[in-house]
Design a protein around this ligand. Structure first.
Ligand SMILES: C[S@@+](CC[C@H](N)C(=O)[O-])C[C@H]1O[C@@H](n2cnc3c(N)ncnc32)[C@H](O)[C@@H]1O
Length: 360
């Protein structure tokens, strides 16, 4: 940072006179002048001081002593553009909107609310916003004041100290802040911890392989989740070209998926465990490969499997569904063995698809 070009700067009242300098040098001092509070008054065609002269001298002394400019956007404020906010709100409504018809209230939290883009979008899509209890958290005092003026209940504090549970958490967290390069992950994990059973966390996140993250993989695999990639440039109007996705996590306990399989109540008594596993792998892979890479998620995968189970049922093949994994193992067993179905196991399977009953 070359401050020598400012050596002859003079201040009179709020008017500032800068020494002559080449346009390139002036352009290079843009951030410094903004920090010093010197702005260009277009109407009067003069530079003006927005703060006090004492403050200006203190800041100049700081820079002359080798001090750095403060980060321009330390809390990573990038407001969610309306189209993305709308998509988040529609997902939220799809997941929890039914509660309004049951007369049930939904508590909604926007944890790093900025100027409330997501809360406002949720209010717009809800059939009756009177059923919503909206709560915003925001660390920046200026933005917290805006949220207050907009009529939201605001807590002006670090969201990571929030301990209030919510049914719906809609968030576009800071992706990276000084001291936490993965702030988005820290915020997401905290939010999932606050989400009530049956609720949803819908988060705008950087487009990174979430399942390759050692902290996020178990968190996602123990729940229902879906990743929706956003088009490139979705945040251009907010000043960043960062690639983003929307992650929707549903708070349902799915940890049984990670339990080792036991075969006490083996529904495939005539089939070796090895055969079942091989089938699961090949069949599962082929379903996975039919999905568009951008749309691969556990829930889409399972929906694909469900469609296959349904298809088999349409052909009047008996398919009993305990869970989707079981369904496709069972269905596969039937198709390749061509044998009569094995006797029902002692533990009742949930008969979602019953033999001979036409598909819905
Ligand atoms: C990417 S912006 C998103 C703003 C808003 N959620 C939206 O969608 O428009 C991130 C916001 O988080 C706020 N923030 C950063 N760290 C925070 C923290 N620890 N607790 C609460 N808010 C925080 C920033 O001030 C900024 O307003």
């Amino acid at each position: 940072m070359n401050l020598s070009a400012l050596a002859g700067m003079t201040v009179q009242g709020q008017d500032v006179t800068l020494p002559q300098m080449p346009p390139k040098t002036y352009a290079g001092l843009k951030d410094v002048l903004a920090y010093l509070g010197v702005t260009w008054d277009k109407r009067r065609k003069v530079h003006r001081l927005t703060g006090s002269e004492v403050d200006l001298r203190r800041k100049l002394a700081h820079l002359n002593a080798g001090g750095r400019l403060p980060p321009r956007n330390p809390l990573a404020f990038f407001p969610t553009p309306p189209e993305v906010a709308q998509q988040v709100a529609e997902l939220a409504h799809e997941a929890l909107g039914y509660r309004a018809h049951l007369g049930r209230r939904v508590t909604v939290l926007e944890p790093s609310a900025g100027e409330g883009a997501l809360l406002q979008a949720v209010e717009r899509v809800w059939d009756d916003p009177a059923h919503l209890d909206l709560h915003a958290w925001e660390l920046d005092p200026g933005r917290a004041a805006i949220l207050h003026v907009l009529g939201y209940r605001v807590t002006r504090a670090d969201f990571l100290s929030c301990a209030t549970p919510a049914d719906l958490i809609v968030m576009n967290p800071p992706f990276s802040v000084p001291g936490d390069a993965l702030a988005w992950r820290t915020h997401l994990i905290h939010a999932v911890g606050l989400c009530r059973e049956g609720g949803s966390v819908i988060a705008v996140l950087p487009a990174v392989p979430l399942l390759e993250d050692r902290l996020l993989a178990p968190l996602l695999l123990d729940r229902e989740y879906e990743v929706l990639p956003l088009p490139d440039g979705s945040f251009k109007s907010s000043g960043t070209l960062c690639k983003t996705v929307i992650l929707h996590v549903t708070q349902t306990d799915q940890s049984w998926r990670r339990q080792p399989t036991t075969w006490h109540d083996d529904p495939f008594p005539n089939t070796s465990t090895l055969q079942v596993f091989l089938t699961a792998y090949t069949f599962g892979d082929s379903v996975w490969n039919t999905l568009d890479p951008g749309e691969r998620s556990r829930s889409r995968f399972e929906r694909g499997l469900q469609a296959i189970a349904l298809d088999l049922q349409r052909q009047h093949l008996p398919v009993w569904l305990e869970d989707v994994d079981m369904a496709f193992l069972y269905a596969r067993w039937l198709t390749f063995s061509g044998a009569a179905p094995p006797p029902a196991p002692a533990r009742p399977l949930l008969p979602l698809f019953e033999p001979g009953v036409p598909a819905p």
